[in-house]
Design a protein around this ligand. Structure first.
Ligand code: GLY
Length: 347
């Protein structure tokens, strides 16, 4: 068992790493409240809900289970009333807590419900995808989607604990694993050349498996450090958006359906770094290095979408209004900085 402590004053918590933990989660949940409300989706729930619920019951909790359909649509604002109704029906009080058992969709939704139900109740993250383990379960960004776009209603609401079991990634499809790898590579790019070199030396998923626990732990540690410095995303935390500006515009171009987040971020990291190299803002050869390592993990560096159309999406993005756009650039692999500019940067 390994542990990281996220030091956020009264909102501090531990991230606990232990293989096989999914069957023993009850041992790690030390709460006074009697009731736990577990939220999951039909895919993850079919494999893990029984063992999680029985472990929590064995530890003395009264557990209710809420299984939602898998997929991004479940993170919709419209899903909320039914979930709040279930919480009321189960008589969940402020002393009780929610448990997010799933990937980013369930984690974000459950966290948002926890942040808003009865003006806020505790929640525990049990992330089951690579992306959720290294990124979305840590740092308290919780949200739901509006028809106008993703994550438009949300909060900063830190979990009480994050429980990470690397074993559960064994049941993840290759496509989902690849998707999470974009964020793993991103951490190497922005903060840790040694991590980036390890990913390159592993050569792909097969080579990575023996060191996966250390790699996930390192990513979480990087995120811990960034979130501790800037919980509310006003400076340092924006570095985590490396590759996300172009990537997000690309996802939007495809209506958030055709292209996965990881693929979009991989392309975004390559595009912004190529542009920065041309302007003398990044060491020559960096974009090719990123493309080389992304390719090892099945991630692309380009897409047939017309760049001019994608860039229009950047200019129209609500986050980039007022002509201002803070991009994340690399000096070189492992060393990132914020670069205030405008959407013109991408033209
Ligand atoms: N996923 C980016 C962040 O947590 O800030």
């Amino acid at each position: 068992m390994r542990k990281l402590h996220v030091d956020l004053g009264k909102n501090s918590y531990d991230i606990i790493f232990d293989r096989g933990l999914i069957s023993r989660v009850g041992e790690y949940v030390g709460r006074d409240g009697k009731k736990l409300f577990v939220m999951t989706d039909d895919n993850v729930g079919a494999i893990y809900a029984d063992r999680v619920v029985s472990s929590l019951e064995k530890a003395g909790y009264e557990v209710s289970l809420c299984v939602l359909p898998h997929g991004e649509k479940t993170k919709s604002f419209d899903v909320l009333p039914a979930v709040y109704a279930r919480l009321l029906q189960e008589k969940i009080t402020r002393k009780d807590a929610l448990v997010a058992l799933g990937g980013g969709v369930i984690g974000d939704l459950c966290g948002f419900v926890a942040a808003t139900y009865l003006r806020g109740v505790g929640f525990i993250q049990i992330p089951t995808s690579l992306l959720a383990q290294v990124d979305s379960s840590i740092g308290g960004k919780v949200a739901v989607d509006l028809p106008e776009g993703k994550n438009l209603v949300g909060a900063f609401w830190q979990p009480e604990t994050v429980l990470i079991d690397v074993d559960v990634l064994g049941t993840l499809s290759d496509a989902f694993f690849t998707d999470g790898m974009a964020e793993v590579i991103k951490y190497g790019c922005i903060k840790d050349k040694k991590l980036f070199d390890t990913l390159a030396a592993c050569g792909g998923k097969k080579g990575l498996v023996p060191v996966l626990d250390d790699v996930i732990y390192r990513c979480c540690d990087i995120k811990r450090g960034v979130v501790e410095k800037d919980e509310k995303d006003k400076g340092e935390r924006m570095l985590l958006n490396f590759g996300h500006t172009y990537g997000h515009a690309l996802e939007k171009y495809y209506g958030f359906e055709k292209l996965s987040h990881g693929n979009a971020v991989a392309i975004g990291m390559y595009v912004i770094t190529s542009l920065a190299e041309k302007r003398g803002l990044t060491a020559k050869g960096t974009a090719d290095e990123i493309a080389r390592v992304c390719a090892m993990y099945g991630l692309p560096d380009s897409d047939p979408a017309p760049e001019s159309e994608v860039v229009k999406g950047i200019a129209n993005d609500k986050k980039n209004l007022g002509d201002k756009l803070v991009t994340v650039l690399l000096k070189e692999i492992g060393d990132s900085y914020l670069y205030p500019t405008t959407a013109e940067f991408f033209v």
